[in-house]
Design a protein around this ligand. Structure first.
Ligand code: NAI
Length: 685
């Protein structure tokens, strides 16, 4: 039926830029067409408000969207400006109050404002697999058009908390069970025509229904778990509060929700979260790959099946790629196979994949000890020991087995990829793909461009990272690339604080209080102190002569205090695995201060966070000034996805602009004065 297809019969329709109304028999087909995701922009709201008037006289009005999805949210690029009329709550109310009952016909995603509009319709029919959600919480907001007021009335408080406070996306099938929609149907138009023919009694509008009974305990427990998970982020709790306003009549709860929504748009938290949202999109499409077409990658060779190689293999297999893993000998290949299967089993246990998917992934996997098996792979990732000579040898063998076309990538953390690839024919097909541990879970991948890397090769690195469901960020070459370079400045500044009077638990508590997943010392204990130790030894030769060096971490390593796995590091670990302050470490720190004639003094929490955040922002700015990163937002994405920086703080660069760069400058100058000759200052600071 052509009338039932979006945009069919347009000539007979009232045609606006984003919404058309087509009358066909007794149904008015209202079609929103605002690519890519039919966001409720200013234009869509205005056109939809006009469309509600145009449906008069029809038996039902069918609201649907052209393209790949129903309305998947608001247009966030409009959120910095004052809202423009007609406001979404008014349009939603017009839909609910319309004399002609609306039927929402939904496919793809029904998110945010889209879900709010759908909840105001008299009936809701969705295609199988449609996703429903209120993701406002993810950008520091609460819904602003009745979402928190209608949702508990439709699905009950427990499900509403999951959706609004935790940002859960619910499938059409589950939403049907919850009572949030009326039907799941393959053919939405046919389902709508059936409904129009039968025309059952119009249900009570969502806003007029009572909220099904729930216990106070439900809310109290939700609050506790949200507080714990949010690490200082407010929006999950804001959503919980707004849901509770639904105890009052809709006429009272809805304006409260709207007012709070508008206030929160201006909150630092929402600004930070929106910043990260846009920074992620920008980071995924760097200028360096503009216009370049990525190559297809179906089969990957991975060399080295240790911690990183196994994790990368698991990520690639989970994404449906075939993987050949090459190890030193048959025994190591067997161990690598077990490691990878273990990671896939773990994914099954966590409900991330089912048994059949795991078996299918393993069917595409081989662990071998012969480079000949790399022939035919489209791309290779090397993850062997951090030793340039070993890596060069690996790439020589790979190049021979795979030919001069195949893309070659190194996962090195600190070595210079340009140097690793110096003897490889066609270095334009070489790049760095720096994954983070555990590589099957962590999202960040630094895609490292050497002076030779071709744009098409870089674009393939980005496409591969996306396929692995990772967040790629472009990095040039410097010691530690973007993330580890900032990390080493951060740790150095923290060590200076220890030498000058702070203790590890104070530094950790301050940074956790700021919202970091972990403080710098807990993090080192978790990861193990050896890698950084080896690194400091490597850097010793090139360390600037005047730079202050705090050798406390070296002493710990020499004492065998290598971190959590060795039972002790910066902290002691008992049977419960919890870090305990160590008298041995604190005595060592105090002895260090004494030996260097340093008068220890206490540091307030704000002094600690102010200094450490200034150091991160300064290093980030230097990285941008040196063209290692394309833009400050890339630094923020690296920190948020790789280093536990709280997303709701927006990353170190955004945070610096939020508190004011003058504050950062002042703090950085303090840091530099306390340790003269130890810090390079960004020229724009
Ligand atoms: P690992 O020691 O756990 O694994 C290295 C594996 O490579 C071992 O299984 C070893 O048998 C194998 N191998 C060594 N030489 C080989 C050769 N010639 N041919 C085939 N296999 C060989 O080391 P890990 O931690 O997995 O690190 C690997 C690389 O990844 C290093 O360059 C490291 O800097 C980098 N990296 C490590 C991270 C970490 O957190 N551990 C994070 C990001 C990068």
């Amino acid at each position: 039926m052509s009338e039932s297809r979006p945009n069919a019969g347009r000539e007979a329709a009232a045609d606006r830029s984003t919404v058309t109304v087509d009358r066909s028999g007794e149904i008015a087909w209202v079609t929103i067409d605002n690519p890519p995701v039919n966001a409720t922009s200013n234009a869509v709201r205005a056109d939809l408000a006009a469309a509600v008037k145009d449906v008069q006289g029809a038996r039902v009005a069918a609201l649907r969207c052209a393209g790949r999805t129903f309305i998947a949210g608001g247009d966030m690029s409009e959120f910095d400006a004052p809202p423009v009329e007609p406001h979404l709550p008014d349009v939603v109310q017009m839909v609910e109050d319309s004399e002609v009952p609306f039927v929402a016909l939904m496919h793809g995603n029904v998110l945010g404002g889209g879900f709010e509009i759908a909840m105001a319709c008299a009936w809701r029919i969705a295609a199988p697999g449609t996703g429903f959600g209120l993701p406002e919480v993810n950008v520091g907001l609460i819904p602003g058009a009745g979402g928190t007021q209608r949702l508990p009335r439709l699905v009950g408080m427990e499900a509403a908390i999951d959706i609004a406070c935790r940002g859960r996306i619910v499938t059409a099938e589950d939403m049907l069970k919850l009572g949030g929609i009326d039907r799941v149907a393959d053919d939405l138009a046919a389902a709508c025509m059936e409904l129009s023919a039968e025309l059952p009694a119009r249900p009570v509008p969502a806003s007029r229904r009572p909220v099904p009974a729930f216990s106070d305990q439900l809310v109290a427990e939700a609050e506790k778990s949200l507080r714990k998970r949010a690490r200082g982020q407010q929006s999950p709790l804001e959503n919980l509060r707004a849901l509770q306003w639904s105890a009052a009549p809709f006429e009272q709860g809805q304006p409260r929700e709207r007012a709070r929504h508008l206030e929160l748009r201006r909150s630092p938290e929402s600004r930070a979260l929106r910043h990260v949202f846009f920074a992620e999109r920008a980071a995924a499409r760097p200028e360096a790959i503009a216009g370049a077409t990525p190559r297809d990658v179906a089969r990957v060779a991975i060399v080295g099946g240790g911690l990183m190689g196994a994790g990368i293999a698991a990520a690639a297999l989970t994404a449906g790629l075939r993987v050949t893993l090459i190890e030193r000998d048959a025994e190591a290949a067997g161990a690598a196979h077990e490691r990878v299967s273990g990671l896939l089993d773990g994914a099954v246990d966590r409900g991330k994949m089912d048994d059949a998917a795991r078996d299918a992934a393993l069917a595409g996997f081989a662990a071998v000890d012969d480079y000949a098996h790399a022939a035919g792979a489209d791309l290779a990732i090397e993850a062997v020991f951090e030793d340039a000579a070993v890596k060069r040898e690996v790439f020589a063998k790979l190049s021979e087995a795979m030919g001069e076309e195949a893309i070659l990538a190194t996962n090195t953390s600190y070595l210079d990829p340009h140097d690793i690839f110096r003897d490889i024919p066609r270095p334009d097909r070489c790049l760095g793909l720096h994954f983070f541990s555990p590589a099957n879970i962590m999202k960040l991948v630094e895609v490292v461009q050497t002076p030779d890397t071709a744009a098409e090769v870089l674009a393939t690195g980005f496409a591969l990272a996306r396929r692995l469901r990772k967040m790629p960020v472009l990095s040039g070459i410097c010691d530690g690339f973007i993330g580890n370079r900032i990390l080493s400045a951060y740790r150095r500044a923290a060590d200076y604080l220890l030498a000058d009077g702070a203790l590890p638990h104070e530094v950790d508590a301050a940074m956790r209080g700021f919202g970091m997943a972990m403080g710098p010392y807990e993090m080192q204990d978790m990861a193990g102190l050896q890698i950084a130790w080896a690194n400091r030894k490597r850097q010793a030769a090139t360390r600037p002569a005047g730079e202050r060096y705090v050798a406390i971490a070296d002493r710990l390593c020499e004492m065998g205090r290598l971190g959590r796995r060795s039972g002790k590091g910066w902290y002691d670990y008992g049977d419960d695995g919890k870090p305990q302050r160590s008298t041995e470490v604190e005595a060592l720190i105090e002895a260090h201060s004494r030996e260097h004639g340093l008068a220890r003094r206490s540091f307030a929490e704000e002094e600690i966070t102010g200094r450490l955040l200034a150091v991160m922002a300064n290093e980030g700015l230097r990285i941008v000034e040196e063209d290692i990163a394309e833009r400050p937002g890339d630094i923020d994405v690296v920190e948020v996805h790789g280093y536990g920086f709280p997303r709701w703080r927006g990353g170190p660069m955004h945070h610096a602009s939020e508190v004011g760069w003058d504050v950062t400058r002042r703090n950085m100058h303090l840091v530099a004065e306390e340790s003269p000759g130890s810090w390079g200052l960004a020229s724009k600071l």
